[in-house]
Design a protein around this ligand. Structure first.
Ligand code: SF4
Length: 420
């Protein structure tokens, strides 16, 4: 046993732990803003042990995960807390033991993307839109990734021939107007390949929209270089409109570097929206989501979706009750502008497509007085508005009974104030 006066006091402010030292060494060992150097210095698998005080559950998770590879850029890792296992960024980087369990309700492909794939790497679920899997690689392998069956797996690499077959399919289907580039992360391809893909899409007469699904503004903002933005801008033309949907999940991710990346995309004419994923222990509270979306608006990113997590293998640690998402939307309404409130969506298992879910602000229709009754999200009060006299839709509304109406009538507000 060490003599007492040689014992390390980790509460002493001058104390520097091995973990802090390792982090400092890593963060100063290369050109920080060089995206290639960030990728070359990614921390993988059990190397995380050098940068986090890992819990037993995390060690088992890293060893036994049934999901995608474990890897993070030093930039993204620098946003995490080495000592707190509940740090939201750490939860998205470091697997836990729950990631090693394949639950009976889960499936590798819950949305049936493969069944709806006419050619390798392309999913045609909606009539006018396709999803093009351009690349199996990402800067960080997020533990909650819904496409973990393919992402990080080199067997899923898309060759030029695969991509050509996808373009041929799109060319021969004039109903396709909108192509989502996803993966993996399309921005982990090099500039030349991105240029070629966009050139191909731009040359197809009926393709008018291209959406980039990328997490690089969050996990490696330095990838959004002037050169890349120049390429995006050159294809963002009268022929083709380019949008970017990114995925910030927590306010800690909204850094000055991320903001700079977003501003570069905006300057290239690329409109940026956010599709967050509702994740237990990361962002499953109204206040956390509100803070995230306030920060996003400050970065000029509009809210788009808040996804209910998919039933993918090993995802039980992240899943929240359906009611949680509805509660969050209810909480946010009235506290931030509408463009900062995401639609809560469930991508239906079995390839049913997305549906939106929301709080019950519409109580129903009181037919004798042709009135719709609503609950105010802002004040919790009841409000009415009338159906047009010539409406032929009266039968399509859920009806409110006379008893319910009599019970709330005196507390309802209409255009002239409280009802008499
Ligand atoms: S960046 Fe997107 S595709 Fe890649 S691991 Fe994360 S969630 Fe999955």
């Amino acid at each position: 046993m060490k003599p007492a006066d040689f014992e390390i006091d980790s509460t002493d402010p001058s104390f520097v732990s091995d973990i802090d030292r390792n982090r400092n060494e890593l963060f100063s060992s290369f050109e920080w803003t060089d995206p290639k150097a960030q990728l070359q210095n990614r921390v993988k698998g059990i190397e995380l042990d050098r940068y986090f005080r890992l819990t037993e559950s995390e060690r088992i998770g890293i060893r036994d995960t049934i999901r995608l590879n474990v890897s993070a850029t030093p930039y993204y890792l620098s946003l995490s807390d080495p000592n707190d296992p509940n740090c939201p960024i750490r939860r998205m980087i470091v697997p836990r033991e729950s990631e090693s369990v394949f639950s009976p309700e889960e499936s590798a492909d819950p949305l049936h993307e493969e069944r709806l794939s006419p050619v390798r790497g392309l999913t045609h679920m909606y009539p006018d839109r396709v999803l093009l899997f351009t690349n199996h690689e990402c800067s960080v392998y997020c533990r909650h990734c819904m496409r973990g069956r393919k992402v990080s797996d080199s067997k899923e690499r898309m060759t030029s021939e695969d991509l050509e077959l996808c373009f041929e399919y799109i060319r021969s289907h004039p109903e396709i107007r909108d192509v989502v580039l996803s993966g993996g992360d399309p921005l982990n391809l090099n500039d030349t390949k991105i240029d070629r893909i966009l050139e191909n899409l731009e040359s197809i007469e009926h393709v008018r929209i291209c959406r980039l699904g990328t997490r690089n503004p969050v996990t490696l903002p330095f990838r959004i270089t002037k050169e890349l933005c120049g390429i995006l801008e050159s294809h963002n033309t009268d022929r083709l409109s380019i949008f970017c949907n990114t995925q910030f999940n927590h306010a800690k991710e909204c850094t000055p570097e991320a903001k700079e990346a977003i501003l570069r995309l905006l300057k290239a004419g690329v409109s940026v929206g956010n599709q967050c994923v509702l994740l237990k222990g990361v962002n499953d509270s109204g206040e956390t989501m509100l803070e995230l979306h306030k920060k996003l608006l400050e970065m000029r990113v509009r809210a788009y979706y808040m996804y209910d997590p998919e039933l993918i293998p090993g995802s039980r640690g992240f899943r929240t009750p359906l009611a949680k998402g509805i509660e969050i939307v209810d909480y946010m309404r009235g506290k931030i502008a509408g463009m900062g409130i995401p639609s809560f969506v469930n991508d239906l298992p079995g390839g049913g497509g997305k549906i939106t879910l929301g709080p019950d602000w519409y109580l129903g229709y009181y037919k004798p007085e042709r009135l719709h009754v609503f609950r105010s999200a802002l004040r919790g009060t009841y409000h009415v508005s009338s159906e047009p006299q010539d409406s032929t839709f009266e039968e399509s509304y859920p009806e409110i009974s006379s008893e319910t109406w009599e019970g709330i009538r005196s507390s309802c507000y209409g255009v002239r104030g409280k009802l008499e």
